[in-house]
Design a protein around this ligand. Structure first.
Ligand SMILES: Nc1ncnc2c1ncn2[C@@H]1O[C@H](COP(=O)(O)OP(=O)(O)OP(=O)(O)O)[C@@H](O)[C@H]1O
Ligand SMILES: [Mg+2]
Length: 269
């Protein structure tokens, strides 16, 4: 798949936030991304085209670990109800994803959240494989930098040959910005997202720390391009910092924080 085709579907996904797509084909599939920063529901049609997206800001899940089960269930139940109401259908099955290093017990908790919210059948997938259901990288490194962690998967000939993660994501960048500007975390997060000023000089050490983690997790795969997913590296210029630090080719995509949620829905049965 070309970068422009992927960009097109991500623009389409962005346009579907809170706005139903009228024309759709076949059976609908649902993905639930239990992220650290946001919980996202994505519904795609048979062809994988996004038809509905919605999100809920909740701190109920941290790095794939469910820290507040009841709050997570409530968030997903609300997202499910709104999606069904808007689409005029019942959504019975869903896929959900867990970060690479989350063990079986915690990934089971993710499943229980989605079941608890009323989905009868739940498919589990790791979030890097989910991201690649959107990107369709055959030879390359897929990186998902979310709120709390950096997940890295190496794909060769279409197969996932290495998968791991490290702590470090957008929350750490917020801590750096808050400290530097003398503001609280919520204010730092708002300012960073608004990008009303060039915060790159302040955030560079934090981004380089993420780059160092990517370097460690991709030894022996230096010849492969890096594909950036997740919201944390949406800081303008972050892709160039990563590329320069590692001296490697970097590909970035619009609305990168929608790459994994969209891919999760494409995994659903
Ligand atoms: N426009 C933006 N500019 C900079 N950072 C952004 C932007 N939008 C989102 N972020 C950051 O991206 C992070 C959230 O990304 P994402 O939605 O991929 O994470 P998540 O899936 O909730 O977390 P995780 O995968 O670590 O559990 C937050 O830290 C947020 O600050
Ligand atoms: Mg995520």
């Amino acid at each position: 798949m070309t970068t422009s085709t992927v960009a097109q579907v991500l623009h389409e996904a962005h346009d579907r936030i809170g706005s139903v797509r009228a024309e759709r084909t076949g059976r609908l599939r649902t993905g639930v991304d239990l992220g650290t920063a946001t919980c996202v529901i994505t519904v795609v049609d048979d062809a994988g085209t996004p038809v509905w997206l919605d999100f809920h800001r909740t701190a109920a899940v941290r790095d794939g670990v469910v820290v507040d089960f009841a709050a997570a269930v409530t968030a997903v139940r609300e997202l499910k109800a709104r999606a069904e109401n808007e689409l005029g259908v019942t959504l019975d099955s869903a896929a959900t994803a867990f970060p690479p290093c989350v063990g079986e017990a915690d990934s089971r908790a993710c499943r229980f959240v989605v079941e608890g919210a009323g989905f009868d059948e739940v498919t589990l997938v790791d979030e890097v494989s989910a991201a690649n259901a959107t990107l369709a990288v055959t030879d390359g490194v897929v990186i998902d930098v979310g709120g709390g962690s950096t997940g890295v998967g190496v794909f060769e000939h279409g197969n996932l040959v290495a998968l791991d993660d490290r702590p470090g994501g957008g929350h750490h960048l917020d801590l750096i910005l808050a400290g530097a500007l003398g503001v609280d975390l919520a204010d730092a997060e708002r300012r960073k997202r608004a990008a009303d000023e060039d915060y790159l000089p302040i955030l560079r050490p934090g981004i380089e720390r993420i780059a160092a983690a990517i370097g460690q997790l991709t030894r022996g795969a230096e010849h492969l391009d890096l594909h950036l997913a997740g919201g944390a590296l949406m800081v303008p210029g972050a892709d160039a910092v990563i590329g320069k630090y590692l001296n490697r080719a970097v590909r970035c995509y619009p609305h990168a924080l929608l790459i994994t949620p969209l891919g999760i829905a494409r995994y659903a049965s």
